[in-house]
Design a protein around this ligand. Structure first.
Ligand code: TRP
Length: 327
């Protein structure tokens, strides 16, 4: 079984865009792969964050992932900082990473622009830590969104360079983009991606039914120039309908759109109810997991132990190859 690794940041809500674009694929991958999923708290520290809120954010993300179908027994689910080897391998990879390549990363440039007051070295080195995450487990496949392809290229470059300098060690991991990439746009601005940092743009996986109804009701429908083409807002609602509603329901609304008889209120009402129905089991399972934090902590401790067992072995090999041994 090929080994799969992916990571998700603990800060902010997991929303339907994350679910359709990533988490849903992770759940499926578990059937045929050895999967390792990490809640990457060390990455989250590269932008201003609330240290007191962090433990709760981490537990919340673990509960949400398990509620979505990540199985902490079949897969390894753990918190990045609990496995110290990540930072150790990160340091070693630091020493073989060209500064210029880091400075060219679009995510770094975006975040540096957004956080002008805090362009710290961690933000620049973020992709090296990500490479360490992946290589630490010799993962062969990394399911991520399109925005991570540049980081994955760096990961492969570093694997190749390490192998060249110190001898064959790491496989070059493949980027696994979602098969039918449901690109979900912001409800309040359908020209940009749904984002957990923009309230009103997203529907959290744990949103209450009335919250879901209100968000869908307020979704923008009429942006863009009037004309024959479907506006981005309406197109986005159809994308969601496609994901959450029955095929005949989708076909009915499409036909109404073609005829020019579609009423957005009807479309929104149907969509909202179908999202409510789809998210109900996730919301309930998440709540049950969060009601028993000790069990949840035990699951993450167990995950970290199993991750560490692999990481320790790989680091022993890396230390040997890089000369960090007494001979
Ligand atoms: N940078 C990724 C994101 O923002 C999260 C991440 C960290 C990750 N380490 C990873 C993803 C390793 C895949 C593999 O989405």
């Amino acid at each position: 079984m090929a080994r799969v690794f992916s990571g998700i940041q603990p800060t902010g809500d997991i929303h339907i865009g994350n679910y359709l674009g990533a988490v849903r694929n992770w759940v499926k991958l578990q059937d045929e792969h050895e999967c390792i999923f990490s809640i990457v708290d060390l990455h989250a520290m590269t932008i201003p964050y609330d240290a007191k809120a962090m433990p709760r954010e981490v537990l919340d993300k673990a509960a949400t992932l398990i509620a979505c179908g990540i199985d902490p027994e079949r897969s390894i689910l753990y918190v990045q900082s609990h496995v110290r080897e990540h930072t150790e391998l990160c340091w070693i990879l630091n020493t073989i990473t060209p500064l210029g390549q880091l400075e060219r990363m679009t995510q770094f440039k975006d975040k540096a622009r957004q956080h002008k007051q805090n362009v710290n070295a961690g933000l620049l080195n973020y992709p090296i830590l990500q490479a360490a995450d992946i290589l630490l487990y010799k993962a062969e496949m990394v399911p991520v969104g399109e925005d991570q392809t540049q980081h994955l290229e760096l990961t492969r470059d570093l694997a190749r360079k390490f192998n060249h300098l110190f001898g064959e060690t790491f496989p070059e991991p493949k980027t696994l983009l979602p098969e039918h990439a449901a690109r979900v746009m912001a409800l309040n601005d359908p020209t940009s991606k749904m984002s957990k940092s923009v309230p009103g743009s997203y529907i959290a996986l744990h949103a209450e039914p009335d919250e879901i109804r209100a968000l869908v009701r307020r979704a923008v429908t009429d942006t863009g120039p009037a004309g024959d083409a479907m506006s981005p807002g309406v197109a986005n609602l159809f994308t969601l309908l496609q994901e959450f509603s029955a095929p005949d329901v989708v076909a009915g609304f499409r036909a109404a759109y073609e005829d020019g008889t579609l009423r957005y209120v009807d479309l929104k009402q149907q969509l909202a109810e179908d999202i409510v129905k789809a998210l109900a089991p996730i919301r309930e399972r998440r709540a049950a997991l969060l009601a028993d934090l000790d069990t949840l902590r035990d699951m993450l401790r167990d995950g970290a132990e199993r991750a560490r067992a692999i990481a320790r072995e790989v680091m022993a090999e890396v230390r040997e190859k890089t000369g960090l041994v007494l001979g």
